[in-house]
Each structure stands twice: as C-alpha cells, then as structure tokens.
Design a protein around this ligand. Structure first.
Ligand code: GLA
Length: 387
C-alpha cells in the first residue's frame, strides 16, 4: 500500500497533513475454525494486507471519518449519542468510538482517513482491521493508547462489530489484528484469553502460504453464522456443559451411541470437538516443523467444515481439491467463517508459483473464471506507521 498517496488524500480531504498514522492487519486462520465462540483454541496468522488510519486531532469534539475505499464520509459528535446508520462502512469505526467512550478512554475530536488493501467480504477480517485501526488512531490522537490494555481493546472492537454491524463474531479476528507478531502464528485460548506465539517463519522453512479468493461474497451478518452459534449452544446444553470446549471425544462418542445427541447437533459438536483437538495437534506439528502433518490436519479441518459444519461452498472445495493434486502442496483448507471467502494453501516455496497457476487455471476450468491468489508471510500486529 502506498501510504504517501494516503497522506496526499488526507491533505486534500482535511486541508492539513496528518499528525500520525497507525495500521492493523487482516488475517488468515491456519486452523481452529468456528471454535472461538465455543471457548476453544484458534491459530490465526496476520497477513501482509492491512488497514491504515491517518489521523490529526481537531479543536472541536467531532470525529470526521473518511475512507479511500468509500465515497461517503461520516461524522460522530463525541458529546452525542452514537448510533449505527449510513454509510454502512462507518459503522465499524463509529462502534469503536462508542466502545472507547464507554470504557472511559479520553477521546478528542479528530480527522481520520482510512485506507485498506484487505479485500472486503473475502473472509480476511477487513472489518476487524478497520475496527482496530480506528481504535489505535482515536487513542493515538488523544495520546491515550496506554490507557487501554490490549485485551480490552480487542473486546471493544468485537463489541463494535456486534452492536454496530450486527455481526455476532467471536474473538479471533480482533485478537490477531491487535496481538500478532511477525514470523509467528498466535495460539489463542478463547476461554482464558491466554496466548502463545508459535514460530511460523515461512521463509526460513522454505514454505509459502497462498491465499486463494473464491470471490464469493461472505457475510457473517447473514443468518447462517448466528445459526451455527446457536446450534453449538444447543448441543452444549443437551450435553450439560457450559460450552463444547468441555466435551471430550469419549463423551461425544457416548452421547452419539446413546442417541443423546444426533442429527445436526451431533454434526456441529463433532466438528467443534475435533477441530479443537486438531488445533492443539497442529501447534505441535508446526513447532516440530512437521509440514506433512500440518497439511493432513488442514485437510481434515476442511472436510469437517464441509461435511459436519456445512460452511464450505463448491468454490472453496474446488480450490482445496485442486491444491491436493499439486506437487509441493502440504495442505489446504477454507479459512475464516466460510460460505465463500478464501482458502489457504501451504506449499513449498520453490513450487509456489506453479501451484498458484495450477489452482487459478484449474478453478477457471471448473467455474469459468480464475480466482485471484496472493502469497503472504506472517505479519505483525497493530501499531504506528511512519508518515
Ligand atoms: C469469522 C468470525 C470469527 C470466527 C470465524 C470462524 O471470521 O469473525 O470470530 O468465528 O468466523 O472461525
């Protein structure tokens, strides 16, 4: 992304240069899908695509938001009630203002310009990147970043998404955007909030991580995501536990054998219980650099999401199937909420270009158009950018 262009745009929009800028990355999830809202484990990686927010404080108590990706600006008066509305893109940063204010952060009026190269609706957490960049910019403008702890910032951004964008997301996307460390994946225990950085230096390992975009719009505000959440809660309540995190393989097998759990509830629970175990197993495999095992776990995750959780789609399945047939590929799976969006492919770096070409052309043979593919390393988390 060309931050100089964003600076020029800021000057054009607000008539003065920005005082500073911050960034927050998008993400892929290596494994641990639909486990965050079940109190489970996730293993996301920040990608080299990000939202940037340039900012400068104002002398009044108004926050003026603009985006290079949208025509319509938005305005928030810090002394008034803040409610979601139009333009829709601004609901994320507006929700963040409301959340920061509620948390007692000392906000000041400011001008903020967003720029982002995280594709929207592609399941790469463009909204979490926007929320976290907004929070960092508002706090930087007020000189108050230190007053809000990282985990609180994560919760404020998640609540903004729930309350202002009607998207009942878990905690994964905002967590990785805030806490990512370059060259690492983040193991997050979504129950305790405990984190562990797992070294994932693709370059040193001779690996490449490819992200293939189905370009099928994914929207987690849609009912299917919320429906999965309530199916999981229902399965947990049938099993008499607080969340599916508490269910062992044995309990699940017994509940299935006794007919306590069946049909959709059993399928959803089987995915979540299996996926939590796969995530912890994958952490060991990544640590041992056993890429064949990491790959196997990725394929198993995809199959479970496709068959038991029913959140894949033909385009995602096509990418994973084609990838599986390519030399130099260790594993592939859908990433993020599903119903479209992106798949990730872990491949040998030396074969990455050939793999990308094979997937894009194979996708075109099946679906009549190529799917865009990019490569990414494990990027760092939110923070200041020099302008
Ligand atoms: C979306 C949500 C996350 C998580 C994933 C599925 O990305 O925002 O909280 O639930 O789906 O793993």
């Amino acid at each position: 992304m060309d931050v100089d262009q964003s600076v020029s745009q800021f000057v054009a929009a607000f008539g003065r240069p920005p005082a500073g800028a911050v960034r927050a990355p998008g993400r892929v999830n290596l494994i641990g899908e639909h486990t965050d809202y079940n109190d489970g484990f996730v293993l996301p990686v920040a990608i080299e695509r990000q939202a940037v927010a340039l900012h400068a404080s104002r002398s009044d108590a108004r926050v003026m938001f603009r985006s290079r990706q949208a025509d319509e600006p938005a305005e928030v008066a810090l002394d008034d009630e803040i409610v979601p509305g139009e333009p829709a893109w601004a609901n994320y940063p507006k929700g963040v203002v409301a959340g920061l204010r509620e948390a007692g952060a000392p906000l000041v009026g400011c001008d903020v310009l967003f720029d982002s190269d995280v594709p929207v609706g592609a399941g790469l957490s463009s909204s979490a990147a926007l929320e976290v960049a907004a929070a960092e910019a508002l706090l930087a403008a007020a000189g108050a970043r230190r007053e809000i702890a990282d985990d609180e910032l994560v919760r404020i951004c998640q609540r903004a998404e729930h309350a202002f964008a009607a998207a009942p997301c878990g905690i994964m996307d905002q967590s990785i955007a805030v806490m990512a460390r370059a060259g690492h994946a983040l193991l997050l225990d979504c129950r305790s909030g405990e984190t562990r950085y797992v070294p994932f230096d693709l370059h040193a390992a001779g690996l490449a991580l490819l992200v293939a975009d189905t370009q099928v719009a994914h929207a987690i505000a849609g009912g299917a995501y919320a429906e999965r959440r309530s199916q999981c809660a229902a399965a947990a309540s049938i099993l008499g536990v607080a969340s599916l995190r508490d269910v062992t393989d044995r309990q699940l097998a017994d509940a299935a054998a006794d007919g306590v759990l069946d049909g959709v509830a059993l399928m959803r629970a089987r995915h979540v219980v299996g996926e939590i175990a796969r995530t912890l197993h994958a952490v060991e495999a990544v640590t041992l650099r056993d890429w064949a095992l990491v790959g196997e776990l990725m394929y198993a995750s995809h199959e479970s999401l496709r068959d038991d959780y029913e959140v894949s789609c033909p385009e995602l399945d096509a990418i994973v199937e084609i990838a599986e047939g390519c030399e130099g590929v260790h594993g592939a799976r859908m990433t993020g909420g599903g119903f479209g969006g992106c798949a990730i492919i872990l491949a040998d770096a030396a074969r990455a270009d050939a793999v990308g070409e094979r997937i894009a052309s194979g996708f075109a043979e099946r679906l009549g158009r190529r799917c865009p593919i990019f490569m990414t390393g494990a990027a760092g988390g939110a923070g200041p950018v020099t302008v």
